[in-house]
Structure formats: C-alpha cells, structure tokens
Design a protein around this ligand. Structure first.
Ligand SMILES: [Ca+2]
Ligand SMILES: [Ca+2]
Length: 349
C-alpha cells in the first residue's frame, strides 16, 4: 500500500547568497611627529662652458719682424708735428735733459738747472730752477721754427698753427720767465712770464701785455698754453691759456722773429734774465696744429712720445732698420733704437 503522507528525504542546501557591498573608507590617521633635519645635500655639478666670444677686429699692420737684415719702409714714424717734447725725466740732480720729439734736439742746462725727483707733474721728476741763473737752452733750427708769417702781415703759412704748452710749479710768485724766444733789439718771438701772484705777462714780437689770472699758488702745478692761429689775409692771433682758460690774446704778427734759440726758465732777451724759481715739467711744442681753440681741461697724463719709440718693433734684432723719407731707425749693438735724420738728394740715374 502506498502512503502518500510519507516525508521524503531533505533536499540539498541552497547556494550561498551574494557577498555584500564594501564598507566605507576609514577616517584619516593623525599626523606623525616631526622628523630630524636631514644632512646638507651634495654640491651641484659645474655649469657647462659658455659660448665662444665673437672674433675681434683685425689689428693694424705691424712693422716687419726680427730678421737680422730686416729693413722696412714706413711712411712716417713718430709725430712729425711735435718738434720738442721734454718729459724732464731722469735721476735726481742729473743735468741731462732728453727731447722725446720726432727729431730730438740738444737741450743744455745752465746754472744749477737740474732734474729733481722732489716734484713732478708726470713721471717721476721735473726740471728744477732756483731762480738765480738757471735755465735750459735749445738752439734754433728750422725744424721748430714756428714762423712763416711776415712782419708786413701777409698770410701766414699753415705751420703758424702752433701750440706751446707745459706745466709749472713755482716756489715764488715774483716775476719769473717760463719760456722765451727772444734776442736783442726788441726782437721777441714770444715770451711768457709769471709777473706776480695774479698776473701773467706775455710778449709777442711787438708788444707785451699783462693778463689777470686767479691767484697763483706756490707748490701747485699750473698748465700754460700759447696757441697760434693764423687768419687769411692777416697775421693771425696768439692765445694764452692758463689752466685751460683763455686769459688773453695778441693779434700782432704771430711767430715773427722765429729764428732764435728757445730758453726755458729765463727771458732770452739780450742776456738771460727774469729767472724762474720752481719746477717745470712736460714741455711740448706742436708745429702746424692749434691744439686748443676754446677752453679745455689740461691732459691728466703725460704726452705721448713723438719720437716713434713706441711704434718701432718691440722685439728687434741688432741691425734691424726702419726707414722713412726723412730718417733711418737702426737697432744698434747697444740694444737701443737710433734715429738718423737724412736729407734725401734726388738723383737721376
Ligand atoms: Ca716729468
Ligand atoms: Ca742758480
């Protein structure tokens, strides 16, 4: 018999349910305590090299070099506009005065005129004059004749453009002559004096006149300049500058009576007189150039040598020569450059 109420065996367990969703993120933790300071880092590496600079401009043409038979023609050496340049350099008490001009001239010291290292404007010495019989004399030669103007006032030649300048440091301000070209018979080329502490005196070929200047202090360097400027149809004008300021002028014939010796430290009118007491340095004469035509600041450096010594080859061999139309420069066995002036004669073979 079949009993329909009999319970069957238990069925198998159902499958597990799906996993639940992920929980929310936890809260942020607390900040930790500060750490100790770390050690300094290592040095950085060197930067890379910079870019090359641009190429310089080409230098000027040099003189020919050191061949023992070297012989080089150049159109000119030195500054031919400078016929006298006295740096007043040398050993203390020396009586040798060297002209560093384009055509060096003989300078003779008279009285007690000497080199002194006690005072100088440039370099390490100046010329010292004691006010009693001391002066320098440079004989006349055509090379520093500043004339070419006639006493009748005809048009002067270009070399009447001229400049005479230098530095003075007086011990006294009583009358003393700085520079002079004069001779007997009222024949002055030019002459400049300190007349007193507030006055300069200038004498041209015809006339002397005074100029007022700020009080001249002793023991101080003062610059003077005499500038000749020709003017067409007349004789031109001489201008006198003191410490770069125009203090007077003369419209008489300029550079007249030029064929006389030059003296520094005395008047050379008749016999030497009116002697300068103090120091004089850096005298320069320029021929053919009026360097100052308005007030100016005097040079703060020594004037450049005009003798070409700074232009000749720096490392010559004995026997090297450099020549121009008017001179031969020869590197001698005494390891110095010698300049020989030449007067060419034209020949027709
Ligand atoms: Ca000097
Ligand atoms: Ca003397």
């Amino acid at each position: 018999m079949i009993n329909a109420n009999i319970t069957g065996p238990q069925g198998p367990q159902g499958e597990a349910g799906a996993q639940g969703p992920q929980g929310n993120q936890g809260a942020e933790g607390y900040q930790g305590s500060a750490g100790v300071t770390g050690n300094q880092g290592p040095q950085g590496v060197q930067g890379s090299q910079g870019a090359d600079g641009a190429q310089g401009t080409q230098g000027t043409l040099g003189f020919q070099g050191n061949s023992a038979a070297g012989s080089t023609y150049v159109s000119s050496v030195g500054d031919s506009t400078v016929p006298l340049l006295l740096h007043m350099e040398g050993a203390n008490n020396s009586t040798t005065f060297t002209d560093s001009s384009n055509t060096p001239r003989t300078v003779t010291a008279y009285g007690n005129a000497k080199i002194s290292t006690a005072e100088y404007k440039f370099g390490s010495s100046s010329a010292d004059f004691d006010g009693n019989g001391d002066y320098l004399r440079i004989p006349y030669d055509a090379g520093f004749d500043l004339s070419s103007v006639n006493s009748n006032g005809s048009t002067p030649a270009a070399n009447a453009n001229s400049t005479i300048e230098g530095w003075v440091n007086p011990r006294v301000t009583s009358a003393g002559t700085i520079i002079s070209k004069a001779q007997s018979g009222w024949d002055y080329n030019f002459e400049l004096r300190i007349h007193n502490s507030t006055t300069l005196r200038f004498i041209d070929h015809y006339l002397g006149f005074n100029m007022t200047v700020p009080t001249i202090t002793t023991g101080t360097w003062h610059h003077f300049a005499i500038v000749g400027v020709p003017s067409a149809g007349s004789s031109g004008t001489l201008y006198v500058y003191w410490n770069g300021v125009l203090r007077g002028s003369s419209a008489n014939s300029i550079w007249n009576y030029s064929s006389m010796d030059l003296t520094i430290g005395c008047s050379s009118y008749n016999s030497p007189s009116v002697f300068f007491n103090g120091y004089i340095d850096e005298i320069r004469i320029t021929k053919g150039l009026a360097r100052y035509t308005s007030n100016f600041t005097p040079s703060s450096t020594a004037f450049s040598n005009a003798d070409g010594s700074s232009e000749l080859p720096a490392n010559p061999s004995i026997g090297d020569t450099v020549y121009t139309d008017s001179a031969v420069y020869f590197y001698s066995s005494s390891n110095t450059w010698k300049r020989y002036a030449i007067t060419p004669t034209t020949i027709t073979p």
